[in-house]
Design a protein around this ligand. Structure first.
Ligand SMILES: Cc1cc2nc3c(=O)[nH]c(=O)nc-3n(C[C@H](O)[C@H](O)[C@H](O)COP(=O)(O)OP(=O)(O)OC[C@H]3O[C@@H](n4cnc5c(N)ncnc54)[C@H](O)[C@@H]3O)c2cc1C
Length: 174
């Protein structure tokens, strides 16, 4: 049986977790990451940046920090290393397409009335849509623009993202 193809936008800690859980559920996720590294804000934080949340409260429930990290407030490099270790451990790293920025997103194949009836565009965390349509993503890489057609998407770009209607190509904020 064909595995469900899912596009995840962003390889920060949220996108990594989404990818891990989709792999476990038998899906075929691809993480589109604009940057050349994973970790999102932790990849390029100012030198002095440390966690503000105590380490025990800032960890994936299924992946403890290594014993070598003893600081209550690890620095941004330690956080980035922890995220890389997580991605390697669960096979997420192989799913990441680095240097691919999603610049457009369109849902096609259903009527505007159907889409207007969905109430969950504002991002309540629940899946939405009838599943009858298809997402058309426009992805920019060093060679130009590529169109990707896919059944499911998850966006984790640190920003609330809203698509207003099919046929409307909404620019991502970052
Ligand atoms: C300085 C600082 C300190 C923080 N400290 C804490 C803390 O102590 N505790 C806490 O809980 N939270 C903290 N946060 C909040 C932080 O945002 C979260 O910890 C977490 O990093 C958010 O992860 P994320 O995956 O949602 O987003 P991000 O880490 O922002 O990752 C988003 C990813 O999406 C990619 N992306 C964006 N747009 C596109 C696109 N169009 N196409 C492809 N890829 C795209 C980006 O390149 C990035 O890699 C802090 C944030 C900052 C900035």
């Amino acid at each position: 049986m064909d595995k469900k193809r899912v596009a995840i936008v962003g390889a920060g800690l949220s996108g990594l977790a989404a990818c891990k859980h989709l792999l476990e559920r038998g899906c075929r996720p691809a993480v589109f990451e604009a940057d050349t590294v994973l970790g999102g804000v932790w990849a390029h934080a100012p030198e002095c940046t440390r966690l503000q949340t105590p380490r025990p409260m800032f960890q994936y429930s299924d992946f403890p920090w290594p014993e070598s990290v003893t600081e209550v407030f690890p620095d941004h490099r330690q956080v980035a290393d922890y995220l890389y270790a997580y991605a390697r451990h669960f096979g997420v790293l192989d799913c990441i397409r680095f240097g691919r920025r999603v610049v457009g997103m369109e849902y096609v194949g259903v009527s505007e009335q159907q889409v207007a009836a969905w109430e969950d565009w504002a991002g309540c965390g629940e899946a939405f849509g009838s599943g009858d349509g298809e997402w058309w993503l426009t992805v920019a890489d060093v060679d130009g623009l590529v169109e990707v057609r896919i059944q499911h998407i998850c966006t984790y770009t640190s920003m609330v993202y809203t698509v207003y209607a099919p046929g409307y190509t909404a620019p991502l904020v970052r």
